[in-house]
Design a protein around this ligand. Structure first.
Ligand SMILES: NC(=O)c1ccc[n+]([C@@H]2O[C@H](COP(=O)([O-])OP(=O)(O)OC[C@H]3O[C@@H](n4cnc5c(N)ncnc54)[C@H](OP(=O)(O)O)[C@@H]3O)[C@@H](O)[C@H]2O)c1
Length: 205
């Protein structure tokens, strides 16, 4: 399955590096030179955004929430799996734009009518992509969305060197996005740094 990564900032580039050699990848960004340079570095291909989307089965939106929301309105996404990694932060980073009643993932899905949106990677700091996969293989990427689309996305998560934690249908993003915010609070606000990630513990016995 061909995977397009749209956006070559911290998350897009980091994920691309993790998936290099494991996935048929095509990178795209509004700054085509950035996508080309990372694609050359990792031995994948790059293309203008419209071409990348047309060729891909899975499209990862590695964009700020507002841009991802706008992008999701494109008819070209019909029939694709759309991976939403956003944390919909307020402009001053003081909290989320919304929670409880809706989520970024559901807003993106409501724009992307013919696509299946899967929420993933929003609790993973970009810095973790630079760690060795041995260090992240037990760290969960929480996945919410349509069951089949989540199953397909789970393979991408494993290829990226993380564990899979399925949390049900897309409305579970209402829980996941606040968890992303908590991670940001711990990492930035409370000084724990960006080499942390939430993981559920099981107490034996
Ligand atoms: N950074 C993290 O640790 C982290 C963790 C979890 C989730 N996330 C989420 O991941 C997403 C990306 O974060 P990031 O840290 O990778 O951000 P970033 O480094 O700022 O990169 C954002 C990318 O989006 C592109 N972009 C911005 N507006 C665009 C538009 N209107 N059309 C097309 N491309 C546009 C940028 O292009 P230019 O380079 O041309 O500006 C850049 O390639 C965000 O939604 C964030 O909430 C981030």
């Amino acid at each position: 399955m061909k995977t397009a990564i749209i956006g070559t900032g911290n998350m897009g580039a980091g994920l691309a590096r993790r998936l290099a050699g494991k996935r048929d990848l095509i990178l795209a960004s509004r700054n085509g030179a950035a996508a080309k340079s990372i694609a050359e570095e990792i031995g994948s291909s790059s293309a203008p955004i419209a071409t990348a989307v047309a060729e891909a089965d899975i499209v990862v939106l590695a964009l700020p929430y507002g841009s991802a929301l706008e992008f999701a309105g494109s008819e070209a996404l019909e029939g694709k799996i759309l991976i939403d990694i956003t944390n919909p932060l307020k402009p001053d980073f003081s909290g989320l734009l919304f929670a409880n009643e809706t989520s970024a993932a559901e807003q993106i899905q409501s724009n992307a009518k013919g696509a299946k949106v899967v929420k993933a990677f929003n609790t993973i700091f970009a810095e973790l992509f630079a760690a060795s996969p041995d260090q992240t293989v037990t760290i969960p990427v929480f996945l919410a969305g349509d069951e089949d689309a989540v199953e397909i996305s789970a393979a991408l998560v494993r290829d990226a060197g993380f564990a899979v934690e399925k949390i049900g249908s897309l409305d579970a993003a209402r829980l996941l996005e606040p968890l992303g915010m908590l991670n940001i609070r711990l990492g930035y606000g409370l000084g724990r740094g960006t080499r942390i990630a939430p993981k559920w513990a099981v107490v034996q016995g």
